[in-house]
Design a protein around this ligand. Sequence first.
Ligand code: AMP
Ligand code: MN
Ligand code: MN
Length: 345
Amino acid sequence: MGRDGEPVGGPTDADWAAAVEAVRVLRADARVLLVCHVNPDGDALGSMLGFALGLRRLGVRHLQATFPGPAGAPEPFRWLPGVELLVPQDDAYPAPDLMICFDAASESRLGDLAGRLATAGTSLVLDHHASNTGFGRVNLVDPHAAATSVVALGLLDRLGVTLDAPMATGLYVALTTDTGSFRFEATTPAVHEMAARLLATGIRPGDISRRVFDTRPFGAVRLFGEVLGRATLEPEAAAGHGLVWAYATRDDLARHGQPAYVLEALIDPVRCTAEADVSCVVKQSGEAEWAVSLRSKGAVDVSRVAVGLGGGGHRFAAGFTGHGPLDEVIATIRAALPPPSYPHP
Ligand code: AMP
Ligand code: MN
Ligand code: MN
């Protein structure tokens, strides 16, 4: 972080060269393990699988992709090209020659797979979180990149891989996920230029968006209705910028017969709330454990809030794991938000 908490830097020429070298020196029988963050989103999976297909093009034969936690991609991503490379974490190479991590700001986001960093021959980190701890042997971390797939494509280009439609599909899913379908601040001219390159391979953006963003079981529609019906607005919170929050328990999921992934989309209707700068969805992930999503419209830096509570993320989108009863988790969030004396930007 530089002055004013703005992200600085990005990979240097030496970083890019070291990353290219790490791939170029691989022997024909080398084992390469790709890992993305727990509870993977479109950027994590799309960057990883798009890059994996590029490595396959380069002739890497022993190639696995994985992530911590229950095996199998969430339903909206099961159709992604390259998904056949996914293995359950327990089946992942115990000592790969090269380990490449995607969209994970810290080792803790790799869960039980973090141990592979020590047993791997070498490791490469591709990411765009300003809070990235640089836990790889070589780190390609660009805080100005809209998605990890921007970094992944940068490396594929430097490796001389020719982009094709299957590769582009994952990279495009990643880019649309992290830019909110080209709506967020991170949507720079360079993002649209990259999207144009990806679309030029012939991929179909309408089909992709429908599968990733606009399809969910009817039970999830009903579940959202119930959960949104009890959302709470606290206009005085966050130094008067306002907080809106909603929660969903495992019991809510069970009653509607829904898997946990459907809750990932819940933040979107919540964050529409005009009266609140900060929005929050608290999703039960264990008996007394909650996955918390935070969003801001700009007045509050939610990355700072999340980092303070043991998590991470970006200025406008961040998260952390909460422990204890729901009302305590909410109280913790409220207390971590800026007090009335907080200097307004
Ligand atoms: P989400 O709300 O899950 O979509 O995540 C928003 C952003 O916060 C993403 O950049 C995540 O990588 C980050 N994030 C979410 N949960 C955590 C966590 N427990 N620890 C660190 N970063 C997180
Ligand atoms: Mn992510
Ligand atoms: Mn990302």
